[in-house]
Design a protein around this ligand. Structure first.
Ligand code: HEC
Ligand code: HEC
Length: 389
């Protein structure tokens, strides 16, 4: 198994990017009304035009992740307190614009228009790409593998099938029949994240099978509400540049995946093309088994199960922005039994523009929920005393 070598990991990255390049374009299902475009929502968009606001922000996250920069590094220090100041130009911003054009030209001229080169290909988390190879790197121990990047290279024999791993998961949760009896819940707990400046604030989650989910985070500046109604999704958040942002593409797919995974009885049908055959890997020194499925919009989703307990410990999914795939992962733990079914009470979401942690304190299963909870939310209203960002 050559997975540990750096060469292998590099080729894996390329594979993920090109797979998503062909698959993600179909991820727009469910959005009929044309969402607001970046050039309508923002003042000074010259290159990244014709994309929705959430996809534009996903592209900013891709920039930030590729160069390991904060938003305010490319924008001005003042932009930290005001979305309007994001329109101001800076030398780094102008270079980034040129780079977008350059990358498109490289892919067109040398790779038949396929997205083989992205910002990350050269930058790899640094502002200035390396020019000279490093002997320390060449002869040193390679850094540990990133479990998110695990790929099937040659196919691994004698691995359980995806079907067997999913059966074991349903068994571990309390058995398929018991899991099917969980059809709604209302949960309360606490939330911390970049959007709360890491303050611990109350959160409520309303979920109903099949696939309806609303999360309300009560930040100090006002409520941040995320809704997936079974077809469409929205974020009404005080920390976003627009007060009501429809979810499109991979963001919509992600909201749907989170809603579907809350009621796993139908998990085999909710995603298609399930397959296993991934190499053995560990997360936090525990062996995990990985399977991959395809979302309704055609994107890849990987699920990681604890080999011993059979429980889901991680979900990895991708958003296909115009410039490259951005990964999101959700880590689940602290499973507790509610109405005979194990439910995670703790999870951490990590994406290119932040990280958040949710800890539930109570979860009421199978309670009636007013349908209005899953309707398109009203635009977010900041509390009077607070600044926008
Ligand atoms: C590598 C530099 C870079 C980083 C890092 C970066 N941006 Fe940008 N940002 C740009 C560029 C370039 C544009 C203009 C795009 C264009 O003209 O098409 C822009 C434009 C914007 C705009 C539109 C402003 C307007 O009114 O015209 C917003 C909002 C924005 N960025 C938010 C963010 C956020 C949030 C982050 C952090 C997640 C971020 N940016 C990180 C380079 C960057
Ligand atoms: C083919 C390799 C390559 C790719 C792909 C690439 N860059 Fe660069 N980028 C460079 C090099 C080389 C420099 C440094 C030039 C220098 O030293 O003056 C640079 C510099 C930059 C800088 C200025 C850094 C500074 O400190 O002045 C920004 C910002 C930047 N790139 C953004 C991006 C973005 C955003 C993308 C993706 C759209 C991208 N780059 C893709 C090679 C690349």
């Amino acid at each position: 198994m050559k997975f540990g070598s750096r060469g292998a990991i590099r080729s894996v990255v390329t594979l993920v990017v090109c797979l998503g390049g062909t698959a993600g374009a179909r991820g727009q299902a469910g959005t009929e009304a044309k969402p607001q475009m970046s050039e309508e929502a923002f003042k000074n968009v010259q290159v990244l035009r014709g994309i929705s606001v959430d996809q534009f922000l996903g592209t900013m996250g891709f920039f930030a992740a590729s160069l390991s920069l904060n938003c305010t590094d490319c924008h001005t220090a003042e932009s930290g307190g005001s979305w309007a100041r994001y329109a101001d130009d800076t030398p780094l911003k102008n270079t980034a614009r040129r780079m977008v054009v350059m990358v498109n030209a490289i892919n067109k001229a040398d790779f038949g228009g396929e997205r083989k080169v992205t910002c990350y290909t050269c930058h790899r988390g640094s502002q200035r790409p390396e020019v000279t190879p490093s002997l320390a790197e060449q002869y040193g121990t390679p850094p540990p593998e990133d479990p998110d990047k695990v790929e099937i290279l040659n196919g691994v024999a004698n691995q359980p099938s995806a079907e067997q791993i999913l059966d074991k998961y349903l068994q571990a949760l309390g058995g398929a029949a018991q899991v099917a009896k969980l059809t709604s819940f209302v949960a309360k707990g606490s939330y911390t994240g970049f959007d709360t400046d890491f303050a611990k604030v109350p959160v409520e989650i309303y979920a109903k099978a099949p696939g309806l989910r609303t999360t309300v985070v009560h930040t100090l500046a006002g409520d941040n509400t995320t809704v997936y109604d079974g077809r469409e999704g929205w974020v009404a958040a005080v920390d976003k540049p627009v007060p009501l942002m429809p979810l499109t593409g991979g963001d919509l797919e992600g909201a749907r995946a989170d809603a579907d995974l809350a009621f796993p009885a139908q998990i085999k049908q909710e995603f298609s093309n399930w397959h296993g055959g991934f190499p053995a890997i560990t997360i936090n020194d525990k062996p995990v088994q990985v399977i991959e499925g395809t979302t309704a919009g055609g994107s890849s989703i990987k699920l990681y199960f604890d080999k011993d307990t059979g429980l889901l410990v991680r979900q990895v999914r991708y958003n296909n922005t115009v410039i490259g795939l951005t990964p999101t992962h959700v880590e689940y733990s602290d499973y507790r039994v509610v109405s005979g079914v194990k439910v995670p009470f703790h999870w951490t979401v990590t994406w290119v523009d932040g990280q958040s942690t949710t800890d539930l304190s109570t979860l009421q299963a199978n309670v009636p929920i007013d349908g209005a909870r899953f309707a398109k939310p009203a635009p977010a209203v900041p509390k009077p005393a607070s600044a926008s960002r």
